[in-house]
Design a protein around this ligand. Sequence first.
Ligand SMILES: Cc1cc2nc3c(=O)[nH]c(=O)nc-3n(C[C@H](O)[C@H](O)[C@H](O)COP(=O)(O)OP(=O)(O)OC[C@H]3O[C@@H](n4cnc5c(N)ncnc54)[C@H](O)[C@@H]3O)c2cc1C
Length: 375
Amino acid sequence: MTTGSSDVVFVGGGIVACLSGYLLSRRGYNVTILEADSLGSHASGFAFGGLDPLTGVGMPEPLLEFSLWCYGRHRGLARELHDASGIDVGFEVRDRLHLAFTDDEVRSAKADIEWMKDVGGFHVEWLDNFQAREQEPQVSQEIAGALFEQSPGAVEPYRFILAAMRAGERYKAEMLQRRATGLITDGERVTGVQLENGIINAGIVVLAMGPWTGLASEWCGVDIPVTPLKGQILRLRTSHDPLKLAVNYSHSYVATKPDGLIWAGTTEEESGFDNSPNPAARDSIMADFLKMIPGMTDAELLQQTACLRPLSGDGMPIVDKINGWDNLYVATGAGRKGILWSTGMAQVLCDLIADGKPDVPGAEHFKLDRFPAKV
Ligand SMILES: Cc1cc2nc3c(=O)[nH]c(=O)nc-3n(C[C@H](O)[C@H](O)[C@H](O)COP(=O)(O)OP(=O)(O)OC[C@H]3O[C@@H](n4cnc5c(N)ncnc54)[C@H](O)[C@@H]3O)c2cc1C
């Protein structure tokens, strides 16, 4: 049974696919996005939504320029998506403190400041204990100091993916709630996608299945080194004043979100495709949260979420045409940065499909063949 046909079929409907679908449909492509579950039901809908282009994998080399490009694009895109979809993605600029407690953490923060201070558009400086607590009076008195970062931002991930999909729909992109089970091929061409119940014909297929993309290696005979990295977040209610700044410590963070709740995260767990919340993660996030903001002992846990990040072999995105295939592409692997990087990854993919080469700085680092082929 044929379900239909499309110029471009995405397997997976996370933020990377929805944003790419919007860009391609705006350029006149007929786009179908296959999503096994519902829109935003995985990491793209449940992420924290921080947009910090100065931290994380690949900083400052080789991804700083790419990250800054992505951040800049979020600013314009927030308006563009609002106009196209009527949905406010909640883009905001919010200063951030990265807390340091030990001598080693102080040394590492000061080393980061050395290169960060030269990045245009972001004021970064070292604050001592007193200065840091002037900025955010609720942080721990035990800190040695903090790296202060002016102007990183945030979006609300669920609204962001909803807006991207609605904006695409305006240009006739569509989402089908279907699970893909394989590819239909003819020589070196992919002619369609096999669904649990039916097939869809395709001019071009993009594998954008987030942490599940590695499973498609068997479909195309090319290793796609992406694995799931679980992360959890707590949503808490407290009687204390909202936090003025976002606060980070090590791999954890906390902020007051637009829903009025404190969101505290996170974990990095290698537990396969198990995406259930667990008490050990709750306790470790609570410990880091109270280390950062010790006064909020009344915080009441309202919700604990757990999702899987798509982690590539080196932590950097994979956005490429797959070698050996005329019309098969892959876009995944953004790990902890997929909300920030989605704007750049979508543009790279759109450029590759429409123009044959990407016009986004850093895109040369996203090739699939940087990983040795598995025999
Ligand atoms: C706790 C946590 C906090 C985070 N915080 C941030 C943050 O603050 N800032 C930031 O930039 N990033 C953050 N991230 C990372 C970000 O959420 C991810 O990198 C990003 O959402 C990945 O998007 P994606 O489109 O690649 O994949 P996903 O969102 O995983 O989407 C892939 C989709 O493919 C579908 N799918 C899979 N297999 C099939 C199939 N066979 N057929 C059809 N559909 C299929 C899945 O159902 C899923 O919906 C966070 C992640 C987590 C877990």
